[in-house]
Ligand binder design. Structure first.
Ligand SMILES: [Zn+2]
Length: 463
């Protein structure tokens, strides 16, 4: 049955960034068939009242470790070092296939709830093929658009990427518009470049590579140089974070056409480096946004847009103040972060012809932001600013993916199934960890030395 969203403020995000103050979007089957005011629609079309709301393209998160959603908020006070120790060294191996399934199920539903219609599942917990099957089972159980970025932190990428197991797994499952595939691994900068075999496997399989690059203390310029000199930097490559790189590395990324997935909240809190959009803008490097992991944050690109504007502007002011200058005009605009959250993600995934904007012929991935009970949903004067700084996931009223309604009147499907699956995973991990459960969640706080204060003389108040 066709569906029309009526009388909304429509942000098409098309090439001309057309904004309709009052318009309709008509979807039929999997695609958008018309965008405009007062559309005539076929008999039997379902009508959704979008008045008072904003209709925009579904958002696209290009880097999220969905399997970690079962540990929601557990690592709120972690640094990246503590994250590495917990997942890579101590406890990651305790996640069974059903735990990956549970995390993916919850993370996928969470994304749809927030209006994120496409998510790259940066799935580096696939320590066996059974884990991979479970990951895909969950992605297929959630009616969102996903890209599985296959990874395995428990084994070297030059071992798992060229393996027959991986080839067989890829051959067994079906891939396409609703479920894409990439390989996900990092490059340590070892001069012997052992990752070369993993890149060659990706090339043989015809798959893009996504890699955490420019992560303080983990990956660096040497990894970029090795990728470049061996011919593995391509327009399909996604560089995640890219926060601690030299201008030379940024030049290499720009010259080879790749894009950077910026996870501002993650970079700010975990310590990969300063959120890099202020540098990427100068190098003309395409940007998409991502939420990284719900072990700290939630899968909500409203917060990514807000944090990215804040971090970029904060840096711009800081750099100016160091030179005793004043920023009178911000470079980064709200429209730009909305673009990164929609078109930017589509471009990073090579899906610009299918998603990222509301235009006839594109897939019907549509978000209606509308909340008549909210005092924050009016007046809507600057729609890009409204999305970036005013709206939030609770204002996501209706979401369509591939022409199907997956969230309606503020309610997303699949919550109860995810709740049941995740409860079992939490029980399992609590019993595996024992006493380490609480200590893992509550890392020690280093001592803070209160500085000597010359103004603490006693007659301050009496004078
Ligand atoms: Zn990550």
């Amino acid at each position: 049955m066709p569906i029309v969203l009526r009388n909304g403020l429509v942000l098409t995000m098309d090439d001309r960034r057309t904004v309709l103050a009052r318009g309709d979007v008509l979807a039929d089957g999997e695609v958008i068939v018309a965008v405009g005011p007062d559309l005539e629609v076929p008999e039997g079309t379902e009508e959704i009242d979008a008045s008072g709301g904003i209709v925009m393209p579904g958002m696209i998160d290009t880097h999220r470790h969905l399997w970690q959603t079962a540990m929601r908020g557990y690592g709120a006070d972690w640094t990246l070092t503590q994250y590495f120790v917990w997942y890579y060294l101590e406890w990651g191996k305790k996640f069974r296939p059903q735990d990956v399934y549970a995390g993916n199920l919850l993370g996928g539903v969470e994304a749809l709830d927030a209006g994120v219609t496409t998510t790259v599942d940066w799935s580096h917990g696939l320590q066996t093929v059974d884990h991979a099957e479970a990951a895909v089972d969950a992605l297929e159980a959630v009616p969102g658009r996903f890209v599985l970025a296959y990874g395995n932190i428990q084994q070297a990428p030059w071992d798992w990427a060229p393996s027959a197991d991986l080839r067989d797994f890829i051959g067994r499952r079906s891939w396409g518009d609703m479920l894409g595939l990439q390989l996900a691994f990092d490059v340590t900068g070892d001069p012997a470049f052992p990752e070369k075999a993993a890149f060659e496997a990706a090339r043989d399989l015809g798959l893009p590579v996504t890699t955490h690059a420019g992560v303080w203390g983990a990956t660096n310029d040497e990894g970029i140089r090795l990728m470049y000199e061996n011919g593995f930097m391509t327009p399909e490559t996604t560089y995640v974070h890219a926060a601690t790189l030299s201008p030379d590395s940024y030049h290499r990324i720009a010259a080879t056409g790749g894009s950077v997935s910026v996870s501002t909240e993650s970079e700010q809190s975990a310590g990969q480096g300063y959120p890099p959009t202020w540098q990427l803008r100068h190098h003309g490097i395409p940007v998409s946004l991502s939420m990284d992991t719900s072990v700290w944050w939630s899968g909500d690109l409203f917060s990514a847009m807000r944090a990215t504007l804040g971090a970029d502007r904060s840096r711009e002011h800081l750099e100016a103040h160091v030179k005793s200058e004043t920023v009178t005009h911000c470079h980064l605009r709200a429209e730009q972060v909305v673009e990164w959250a929609t078109r930017g993600g589509a471009a990073a995934l090579g899906l610009s012809d299918k998603i990222g904007s509301l235009e006839p012929g594109k897939k019907a991935d549509i978000v209606l932001i509308k909340n008549d009970a909210s005092p924050v949903m009016f007046p809507i004067l600057n729609p890009y600013g409204h999305i970036a700084f005013q709206a939030q996931r609770g204002d996501v009223h209706t979401v369509l993916v591939n022409g199907q309604v997956v969230k309606r009147d503020g309610r997303v499907g699949g919550v109860e199934a995810a709740r049941a699956a995740v409860a079992k995973t939490v029980d399992h991990l609590m019993s595996e960890l024992g006493d380490a459960w609480l200590s893992g969640m509550n890392p020690d706080i280093p001592e803070t030395k209160i500085l000597d204060n010359p103004y603490m003389y006693t007659d301050y108040r009496s004078s």
